[in-house]
Design a protein around this ligand. Structure first.
Ligand SMILES: Cc1cc2nc3c(=O)[nH]c(=O)nc-3n(C[C@H](O)[C@H](O)[C@H](O)COP(=O)(O)OP(=O)(O)OC[C@H]3O[C@@H](n4cnc5c(N)ncnc54)[C@H](O)[C@@H]3O)c2cc1C
Length: 460
């Protein structure tokens, strides 16, 4: 590989790129990484981490409200958005510095610039410099999309800008019903904004289990979030310091902020892929094989730019597997089945495996176990909320093929439940597990009666 300036050039310093670069360097490769914005990428800078910090902030409202039932007198509380944003930015800065230091310690050369593929073994930097490399790893992630163009779309922000608003908006309209839209609806509502969520489909959180979707919507509405489905934003007009938002239903709303969370597109444009002969898959991402190798043998791609499963741990795993394969002498693939996922909404969602709908379409027999109840904490707090736990079981093998939870602690519970689902645990294994009382999670091992789904009960 000595004919080259480096052994590996990584384009993009996000979750996947950082992991791949560090591991390859530790395996002895000469590695250069280009990042055009901030090291850490979407997850650290304007995704998972800052979002979760905002979610934590938003949940204090519920804690303050719930405290009275437990005997606490809480003095009149107030919230200051600039303090939250400044503290969040400080933490993000600390993380970015830590990521940078870790890479440098491993021997990775970081170039803070945009980089594009010039040919199968050459990367072109924005300053005109060209770097010859044995392998190129494209880890450029994705970027927010604004959907179909509508009049005034330029007034809308994406999640990127939501992290840097100068003040908390009084009224926010959020377009779309995916996890980012639903999470920001909970964040803004918890912090004190009036929130209207508008989504053209029939219900929010498409792709999640129908019971969960219904459950989350009902609870969000109980908590004051207005959810309008079968409708979309048709136009946005500046109206003084605010915006007039016209819906496809002809209703008009006035908002201080309009946020579009209408999906994300893989960052494949204008980075020299077509010219180098890199094929694009039907899903809009770079087409790769199970080792993340593109149609050009020296070019690999990982993470959101391949549009497989767009989550941080997946990008990290793919980055690690790439380095093990190419530089570690250990060809490694990534299993994309039974990846757990969470929505940090209010109520929170955790899910793994097949939804009831998917199971019924694929399996000869599907059994459903479902528990819905008022959590113990809500008895004294008086909060109007319920928790939903649901197991989807293959009726022929008894294997638990799906687990879906909506309510407090859902994400933490689903991480652990995923181990059992991944190991192929049966319903009998769940039943043989001793309950831990009093918890919400104990319902996972105490559900004995098969249940019809919400949707079916409602129809009957
Ligand atoms: C609001 C939000 C919340 C999210 N929440 C979660 C969550 O809770 N849990 C979860 O698992 N996932 C979450 N995600 C998804 C997660 O952030 C991504 O799946 C993950 O960051 C993908 O990692 P990546 O390495 O593929 O790309 P990224 O992290 O996006 O990194 C790509 C990097 O490449 C850089 N880049 C792009 N083009 C170039 C170029 N030509 N030259 C140089 N640099 C370039 C970009 O600046 C970026 O830093 C969230 C995403 C968003 C937007």
């Amino acid at each position: 590989m000595s004919d080259y300036d480096v052994d590996l050039f990584v384009i993009g310093g996000g979750s996947g790129g950082v992991r791949a670069a560090r591991i390859a360097a530790q395996q002895g490769a000469r590695v250069m990484l280009a990042e055009e914005y901030r090291v850490g990428g979407t997850c650290v800078i304007r995704g998972c981490v800052p979002k979760k910090l905002l979610v934590y902030a938003s949940r204090f409202r519920g804690e303050f409200e719930d405290a009275a039932g437990f005997g606490w007198t809480v003095p009149r509380w107030s919230f200051d958005w600039p303090t939250l944003i400044a503290n969040k930015d400080k933490e993000i800065g600390r993380l970015e510095a830590a990521y940078t230091a870790t890479l440098q310690k491993a021997g990775v050369i970081i170039v803070k610039t945009r980089a594009v593929v010039a040919d199968a073994h050459t990367v072109q930097l924005a300053n005109g410099k060209r770097v010859r490399t044995a392998y190129i790893l494209v880890a450029t992630g994705g970027a927010p999309s604004y959907g179909d163009p509508i009049p005034g779309v330029g007034h809308a922000i994406s999640s990127n800008e939501a992290f840097h608003l100068p003040r908390l908006p009084h009224h926010v309209v959020i377009q779309c019903g995916g996890y980012i839209a639903v999470e920001f609806a909970g964040i803004f509502a918890g912090l004190g904004s009036h929130v209207t969520l508008v989504y053209r489909g029939e219900n929010i959180l498409r792709g999640f289990d129908d019971d969960v979707r219904k459950h989350v919507r009902v609870d969000m509405e109980k908590h004051g979030i207005k959810v309008i489905t079968g409708c979309k934003v048709a136009a946005i007009e500046q109206a003084g310091p605010r915006f007039a938002v016209l819906f496809s239903s002809d209703d008009q709303h006035t908002a201080d902020c309009v946020m579009f969370a209408t999906g994300r597109n893989p960052n494949i444009a204008k980075i020299g892929l077509q010219e180098a002969g890199v094929e694009i898959a039907k899903n809009g991402g770079i087409a790769v094989d199970e080792y993340s190798r593109s149609s050009v043998p020296s070019i690999y791609a990982i993470g959101d730019v391949t549009n497989r499963v767009n989550l941080t741990p997946v990008a990290i795993r793919e980055g690690h597997a790439f380095s093990d394969t190419v530089f570690g002498g250990k060809p490694t693939t990534v299993d994309h089945i039974n990846v757990p996922t969470a929505v940090f909404s209010d109520p929170e969602v955790g899910a793994v495996g097949l939804t009831e709908g998917q199971a019924r379409a694929r399996l000869a027999q599907t059994d459903i176990y479902r528990a819905m109840f008022k959590p113990l904490k809500a008895t004294l707090s008086g909060r109007d909320t319920t928790v939903l736990l649901k197991l989807v079981v293959d009726g022929q093998t008894d294997r638990v093929v799906g687990c879906h939870i909506a309510g407090e602690g859902a994400a933490e519970m689903i991480q652990i439940a995923t181990i059992a689902v991944k190991m192929g645990a049966t319903k009998a294994d769940f039943d043989a597990t001793m309950a831990l009382h009093p918890t919400i999670a104990e319902e996972l091992v105490t559900m004995r009666t098969k249940s019809a789904s919400y949707a079916r009960e409602a129809a009957e």
